[in-house]
Design a protein around this ligand. Structure first.
Ligand SMILES: NC(=O)c1ccc[n+]([C@@H]2O[C@H](COP(=O)([O-])OP(=O)(O)OC[C@H]3O[C@@H](n4cnc5c(N)ncnc54)[C@H](O)[C@@H]3O)[C@@H](O)[C@H]2O)c1
Ligand SMILES: [Zn+2]
Ligand SMILES: [Zn+2]
Length: 367
């Protein structure tokens, strides 16, 4: 079948909206009619070359839609199911899966970066030449073939645009706050970067009962959105922001800092705002060739922890289920996180406004 999709053909971009050929789903695969797809900064890292990706590819790794066809030997999913797409489906058998760290699944990670589906081939082509599946789910397309393992059924009451964001930004931000920050009742946290991931960390902090939630962004316009999603204070990211956090906590610092930009300079400097015994959670991902330097003597003497946080920081399939329930129960105001909707032809506008730092999350709509 013919599809309309956003491709990356060269590092540096620009992305292109093209008509491509999509083959029917093979064994264990399904065809999804995409309802909505989110624009995450990780797609931008693939475009800029800061993170490696197999190209040419169809981009996008936040998406949700309806299953419209299934291949042979599909067991978990049926035609008509509404699904959110999971970019690290776990194998259930590897070292990490057997230790309940399914989001670190060796097989899942190998597969998403390979550019192919599970059997090592692609279903997408242009003039007979294969095009790669970014993160195994390539959601910036009106239709896509994915592994059934990537499909997580969602309740009817969860809109596709909400489910799409649950598939990466929301799961990632909430996971950083809840599982890696281990925030609980009465805690204090500073979240650096109020984009899709940082704002989701703010929602996660709020849901965990954190008392003081300080949002920090270089874009002053983000203040209202951050407060609407659960921040108790907002600071503009300037040279004085760290001292303001220290002053506001009598020089002690906050229990947890969550860096949600992906900037080594911010990771380094914001460690100062973590209280002794507290935790810096790094969830923003820098350019793969950049290093972060820390003063280890102070780090050791102050018994701080630095933790990486990847995807949901827990079983991503279960996280998608749980986050749908939390949304329906009113704990996660994800509708407010969606600040812009664009048709697929205007994907570049969505990317530009993300780079300007003015949006919560931009969603591509396919209806
Ligand atoms: N760990 C994971 O599994 C995972 C998953 C998804 C995304 N990410 C990464 O998380 C990061 C954030 O993603 P996103 O989609 O929220 O991006 P985004 O572009 O939506 O948000 C980034 C925010 O940071 C702000 N910002 C930029 N520079 C800043 C600075 N110096 N100080 C303070 N604020 C600053 C921007 O104004 C913007 O609001 C990216 O690096 C992305 O690749 C990681
Ligand atoms: Zn993402
Ligand atoms: Zn595994």
């Amino acid at each position: 079948m013919k599809i309309r999709a956003v491709t990356l053909n060269a590092v540096g971009g620009p992305v292109q909206v093209e008509n491509l050929e999509l083959a029917q789903p093979l064994s264990g695969e399904v065809l999804v009619a995409m309802g909505a797809a989110g624009i995450c900064h990780s797609d931008q890292h693939a475009i800029s070359g800061h993170h490696g990706a197999e190209i040419p590819c169809v981009l996008g790794h936040e998406g949700a839609g309806e299953v419209v066809a299934i291949g042979p030997a599909v067991e978990r999913v049926r035609v008509g199911d509404r699904v959110a797409l999971n970019w690290i489906p776990s194998c259930g058998n590897c070292f990490y899966c057997s230790r309940n760290q399914k989001h670190l699944c060796s097989e899942g990670l190998q597969r998403i970066w390979s550019g192919y589906l599970q059997d090592g081939t692609s279903r997408i082509s242009r003039d007979g030449q294969p095009i790669m599946h970014y993160c195994g789910i390539s959601t910036w397309a009106d239709h896509m073939v994915v592994s059934e393992a990537s499909c997580q059924r969602i309740p009817d009451a969860v809109p596709f645009e909400v489910a799409a964001l649950i598939g990466c930004g929301v799961a990632t931000g909430v996971g950083a706050a809840v599982h890696r920050g281990e925030l609980s009742e009465g805690d204090s946290v500073a979240v650096i970067g109020a984009g899709g991931v940082g704002l989701s960390a703010i929602m996660g902090a709020r849901m965990s009962g954190a008392e003081r939630i300080i949002a920090v962004d270089r874009q002053p316009d983000k203040a209202q959105l951050a407060m609407d999603l659960g921040a108790t204070e907002f600071l503009v990211a300037d040279d004085g922001a760290i001292n303001k956090v220290l002053d506001a906590t009598n020089g002690v610092g906050v229990d947890v800092v969550i860096e949600a930009v992906g900037n080594p300079g911010l990771q380094e400097s914001w460690l100062q705002a973590v209280r002794r015994g507290g935790t810096l959670v790094c969830v923003g991902i820098p350019n793969e060739s950049e290093a972060t330097h820390i003063l280890t003597a102070d780090f050791i003497r102050s018994e701080k922890s630095i933790k990486g946080s990847y995807y949901a920081a827990a079983d991503s399939a279960k996280a998608i289920d749980d986050l749908c329930v939390a949304y329906l129960d009113g704990y996660l105001p994800i509708d407010k996180l969606i600040s812009k909707r664009v048709p697929i032809t205007e994907v570049q506008q969505g990317l530009d406004s993300m780079l300007a730092g003015t949006e919560g999350r931009t969603v591509i709509k396919f209806d």
